[in-house]
Design a protein around this ligand. Structure first.
Ligand SMILES: CC(C)(COP(=O)(O)OP(=O)(O)OC[C@H]1O[C@@H](n2cnc3c(N)ncnc32)[C@H](O)[C@@H]1OP(=O)(O)O)[C@@H](O)C(=O)NCCC(=O)NCCS
Length: 252
């Protein structure tokens, strides 16, 4: 289950991207969006093969991120950490096929093309809040624009939902039915600070899970930050903690 969830999550982030199988690793990239490049499915048997895989990837693109799955040889993480790469973690929770999500009631609707500018403004609010809370300098507008472009580049199989309080979108969430694996993903939950505590996130999760199920998903995966509180709420909703995914970013 843990490996399958890791595969589903990387499948999601590979949607619409160019994928190069390098043998001991798989490179995922999007022309024009260099920060979204990542390397995953690392299977080197030793340090030389790890370096060969990294060199092979770098002949194609810079590698700003490596995503590790539970089947990656443990030395890869240890070796890269010693070289100065930084670890980030996410906890992945899975709603079992038999469990329904929260009721999709509330002012939630599918996003329309006309909502794109409002969605971009919400992504910007999300980034500014994240940076403020972590004590970092605010990231540039260009970084936010690249994040939003990456989301649209996932393509039409990812369905976006907005919470709309009558004056326009105040929150968003996305769902993907999961294709052939039959395991869905719900991703990128945000409600504007001024509109929290009104059940909008609950309704967004309900709508996204229901949409993934209509598309054929049985289990549905949601990711969360292990240092933040939403993961506990997801668990109360019936999502089961399943695996910690690690990603590594290179030293600057
Ligand atoms: C997490 C987030 C989406 C919740 O949005 P929201 O619209 O306020 O959530 P809801 O009103 O639907 O409430 C969700 C749950 O959190 C609880 N909650 C909401 N606001 C709360 C508050 N201020 N204090 C304590 N609990 C609160 C609710 O009781 C509810 O639990 P319940 O369904 O068991 O009653 C929002 O805070 C947010 O966007 N945060 C920043 C981005 C983020 O963390 N995204 C999730 C990434 S994993």
């Amino acid at each position: 289950m843990a490996v399958m969830v890791a595969d589903v999550v990387t499948d999601y982030w590979s949607l619409g991207a160019e994928v190069d199988d390098l043998g001991d690793a798989v490179l995922v990239r999007r022309p024009g969006l260099p920060r979204s490049t990542f390397l995953h499915r690392l299977r080197p048997r030793g340090v030389e093969e790890l370096d060969s895989a990294l060199d092979a990837a770098r002949t194609i693109a810079q590698v700003p991120q490596i995503v590790l799955d539970p089947d990656a040889p443990p030395f890869v993480e240890a070796e890269l950490v010693v070289r100065g790469w930084r670890i980030d973690t996410s906890v992945q929770l899975v709603l079992p096929p038999g469990a329904s999500g929260p009721a999709p009631d509330g002012p939630v609707r599918p996003a329309a093309d006309a909502d794109r500018e409002a969605l971009r403004a919400l992504f910007r609010a999300d980034h500014l809040e994240t940076d403020r809370r972590s004590g970092r300098a605010a990231r540039s507008e260009e970084r936010t624009d690249a994040t939003v472009e990456e989301r649209w580049a996932l393509g039409p199989s990812v369905h976006w939902f907005v919470a709309d309080d009558g004056e326009g979108p105040v929150g968003f969430f996305a769902s993907w039915a999961g294709g052939a694996r039959g395991t869905g993903v719900v991703e990128d939950l945000f409600v504007h600070e001024d509109r929290r505590g009104r059940g909008y996130a609950r309704a967004l999760i309900g709508a996204a899970v229901a949409d993934a199920r209509v598309g054929g998903a049985g289990p549905v995966v949601i990711g969360a930050d292990p240092s933040d509180t939403p993961m506990r709420w997801y668990a109360r909703l019936g999502f089961r903690p399943t695996v910690i995914l690690r990603s590594l970013t290179p030293p600057t």
